[in-house]
Design a binder for this molecule. Structure first.
Ligand code: NAI
Length: 384
């Protein structure tokens, strides 16, 4: 038994080479506002699952760099996560820490995810958050411009109101990059994935969870009330779900997706808005970027986000699409729409979804969305 133990011990040591993260190429993901409801849950999902996305033979090490203005909460969150046995390292940062604060958190980041800001209370709309959250996003934008490589970093915004904060952040970054020639505006994205997650869930609930597959329903427009357009007409092409929604039910489902966030705000009764389902939705998006950046794919093709449609020189972010943009969305400058994304940012905007809307989506939902969205975008731009 003793000999066997010694043999096993040696064997074990031969099979387990020491891993030194410093010798590997670091893929750094920074989460700003990481000690909050969404930030903590999203960081947990990243710490527990991101390693599974790494290719088998890889020289990449994922580092989670967590920042929050709440010092005790962020130090505690990072320490807690660091005990999870996945090969991902975590670091904690807060203002004026001895470790370089937000500068250290952001330097060399490939992806920055922002759930920093206040959430809604009952009776509030997302637009009511603009006063506080615009200041936070603007200041974080200035830090991103200062410490990140604007030629490379992908910036993902969760904080609300997305419809106004993405224009604000994009233009804060462009202004800070006045003498540079980065194409940062093609790498700023608002995460609207929770609307897709809700649409899929509500359809499955209606169907009694009979199917083992979750339907994918694109949701376009914006991320607030009547700017949210769930494109349920796509279900008609899915044999499992075609004919599920008659006209009355369709109206109810559209309304439920548009105001689904209120269900959570009401249920939490003053203690915030969606955090767990948002973290799930945020991780779905983050996972696609990890896939891209570790080389599992050259392009992300199955993603919907709220993005700038033109660059600082008023040219199309994805060349060749100005005709479709002006035909369908009145030359709007920001919109949530299916995208193809590569390492350089947005490669293609799939305006064809607008050509395939049915008459209810095109003639009723879209005009209402455009009107509200135009105002929301203007609000964000005025705050730059
Ligand atoms: P929370 O209050 O639990 O967390 C926010 C965190 O941000 C706190 O830890 C706070 O200390 C931190 N923070 C505040 N100012 C900061 C700054 N300048 N720098 C870094 N961190 C800062 O809020 P929760 O529930 O996590 O929500 C965060 C945001 O996400 C809200 O604006 C909310 O409306 C939005 N949200 C977005 C959704 C979407 O679908 N995109 C869905 C649900 C919420």
């Amino acid at each position: 038994l003793i000999i066997k133990t010694i043999i096993n011990f040696n064997f074990f040591h031969k099979e387990m080479p020491a891993v030194n993260a410093q010798e590997k190429e670091i893929l750094k993901i920074s989460v700003l506002g990481a000690a909050g409801g969404i930030g903590q849950s999203l960081s947990l999902l990243l710490k527990s699952n991101a390693g599974f996305l790494l290719p088998h033979e890889t020289s990449t090490h994922i580092r989670l760099s967590l920042y929050d203005v709440n010092k005790d909460a962020i130090v505690g969150t990072a320490a807690d996560l660091s005990h999870i046995d996945t090969p991902i390292t975590t670091t904690a940062h807060y203002p004026d820490d001895s470790n370089g604060g937000i500068g250290q958190c952001l330097s060399n980041a490939s992806v920055v995810i922002i759930p920093a800001g206040v959430p809604r209370k009952p009776g509030m709309s997302r637009d009511d958050l603009i006063g506080v959250n615009a200041k936070i996003i603007k200041s974080l934008g200035e830090d991103i411009a200062k410490y990140c490589d604007l030629n490379k970093v992908h910036v993902l915004v969760i904080s609300n109101p997305i419809n106004s904060l993405v224009p604000l952040l994009t233009n804060t970054l462009i202004r800070s990059d006045a003498n540079g020639n980065s194409n940062i505006e093609s790498r700023v994205y608002g995460i609207t994935q929770l609307d897709l997650v809700r649409s899929s869930t509500f359809v499955q609930q209606l169907n009694g969870f009979k199917s083992n597959t979750s339907p994918v329903i694109p949701v376009i427009g914006g991320h607030s009330g009547d700017t949210i357009i769930p494109v349920f007409s796509t279900l008609e092409r899915d044999p499992e779900y075609a004919n599920l929604l008659d006209n009355g039910m369709r109206l109810k489902m559209v309304h439920r997706v548009q105001y689904g966030g209120d269900e959570i705000v009401k249920a939490k009764n003053g203690n915030g808005s969606a955090t767990l389902s948002m973290a799930y939705a945020g991780f779905k998006i983050a996972a696609k970027f990890i896939d891209l950046l570790v080389g599992n794919t050259d392009t992300i093709d199955d993603i919907v986000m709220y993005v700038p449609l033109t660059n600082r020189n008023h040219q199309e972010i994805a060349p060749g699409s100005n005709e479709l943009r002006s035909r369908y969305i009145n030359d709007l400058l920001y919109f949530s729409i299916p995208l193809s994304i590569n390492r350089n940012g947005i490669k293609k905007i799939h305006y064809e979804i607008l050509e395939n809307l049915d008459s209810y989506e095109r003639d009723t939902l879209l005009p209402i969305c455009l009107k509200t969205l135009e105002g929301n975008i203007e609000t964000g731009l005025k705050l730059v």
